[in-house]
Design a binder for this molecule. Structure first.
Ligand SMILES: [Zn+2]
Ligand SMILES: [Zn+2]
Length: 387
């Protein structure tokens, strides 16, 4: 039996599993039920399963003969948001929703595991990494810190995400920087407010916040090479209580995204200086809280080129092309900072249908993508670990 025929035969089972995980979503580091389901099936397929890495994460290992080791990673967590799909398999847990399709990623990697064990042809070791807490909680970093690649050494690693902006049956791969860092800032101001008709007696925090917001827009346009990409967005400004009172307190926050680690450091330095100097000029106290998020995700050029060639070939049931980078962030970046590899996207858009983006309340992973991802990932393993 071919891998494709095996996946076609197993499709009803995999679809039911994906919908079951969707109906029972779990937040980061709470993926106990999901991890349990996955571990049980992986053991039944002949894998050695190590649980409890980064609390709810697990690694499943299969070795055949002599050869290199490849790691494949999927994320398992859901989002803290309400689902609005009205589907029969909609979330049964209020306020928790698989709005990013990690239910589909988990199931697709499990389908990959089963297909590899049953019909894969390879020589070497496959480590399947089921990661918790991708959505902002750094589950990937925690797995690395808990010795993931010391315990399960990998020569190369691959990760993937579904992508409603690309057509179903198409994959997008980007060599080099592919996704952005994600840092946040919160600025808290305190000064002397007062009567709005006597501004010279107080210190105007609303004016200072406006000055900082406008000046910050020059950090990207004047501080970053125009051929690079960076985003600085001020997203919250909270100040004032009445039309005739100058506010004595206020706070603002926002996000900074960069593809280049050097730009990330430059923007932070210059923004800190800009905030401090503007505040000093107005004699207003400011407290800067820097919320350091995920680093930029950089694909190893050789691994990305390899993935692109395999996904473009007849061995995979997709077409593939080089994708634009995304300014969203992804914590597979921590794994790619440790082991060379690549992260890429499987298109999920169907023409003539609504294709809500991930994190939209009407989003749902399309089950037809499970065998497409699994067959592609099997092809990637077989190309990396020729029998
Ligand atoms: Zn997400
Ligand atoms: Zn996601």
């Amino acid at each position: 039996m071919t891998v494709a025929a095996f996946l076609a035969q197993k499709f009803p089972e995999h679809r039911a599993l994906r919908r079951d995980i969707h109906a029972h979503p779990e937040l980061g580091f709470e993926e106990v039920r999901t991890a349990g389901l996955v571990a049980q099936r992986l053991r039944a397929a002949g894998y050695t399963v190590t649980e409890g890495i980064a609390k709810t994460g697990l690694v499943a290992t299969l070795t055949r003969g002599e050869g290199p080791a490849i790691g494949l990673r999927a994320d398992m967590d859901a989002l803290p948001m309400e689902e609005r799909t009205n589907l029969p398999h909609a979330s049964r847990t209020e306020g928790v929703f698989h709005g990013c399709g990690h239910d589909g990623h988990t199931t697709s990697l499990l389908a990959t595991a089963e297909a590899l064990a049953a019909h894969g042809s390879f020589a070497g070791t496959v480590h399947l990494i089921f990661q918790p807490a991708e959505e902002g909680l750094s589950g990937g970093l925690r797995m690395v810190e808990e010795g993931l690649f010391d315990r399960f050494p990998c020569d190369r690693i691959y990760g993937f995400h579904n992508m409603p902006l690309l057509p179903m049956g198409h994959a997008g791969v980007r060599p080099g920087p592919a996704m952005a860092s994600s840092d946040g800032f919160v600025l808290r101001f305190s000064g002397k407010g007062g009567h709005a008709a006597m501004p010279h007696l107080g210190q105007d925090i609303a004016l200072l916040m406006s000055e900082i917001t406008l000046a910050a827009q020059s950090l990207v346009s004047r501080g970053v090479n125009p051929l690079h990409a960076a985003v600085l967005s001020v997203t919250q400004m909270h100040v004032g209580t009445a039309h005739n009172v100058i506010a004595g307190e206020g706070w603002m926050s926002g996000t900074i995204r960069c593809l280049d680690p050097g730009d990330r450091a430059t923007i932070e330095d210059r923004f800190r200086a800009l905030i401090t100097h503007h505040a000093q000029a107005r004699d207003i106290e400011v407290e800067i809280e820097w919320v350091r998020g995920y680093p930029p995700l950089a694909n190893d050029p050789a691994a990305a080129a390899h993935a692109l060639s395999v996904l473009s070939s007849d061995a995979a049931p997709v077409t593939a092309s080089q994708a634009d980078p995304l300014m969203a962030a992804e914590d597979f970046a921590y794994m790619l900072d440790t082991v060379p590899g690549a992260y890429f996207f499987f298109g999920m858009a169907v023409e003539g249908e609504d294709n809500p983006m991930v994190h939209h309340p009407a989003y749902d992973f399309r089950d037809e993508l499970i065998p497409i991802i699994a067959e592609s990932m099997v092809a990637l393993v077989e190309s990396e670990l020729p029998a």
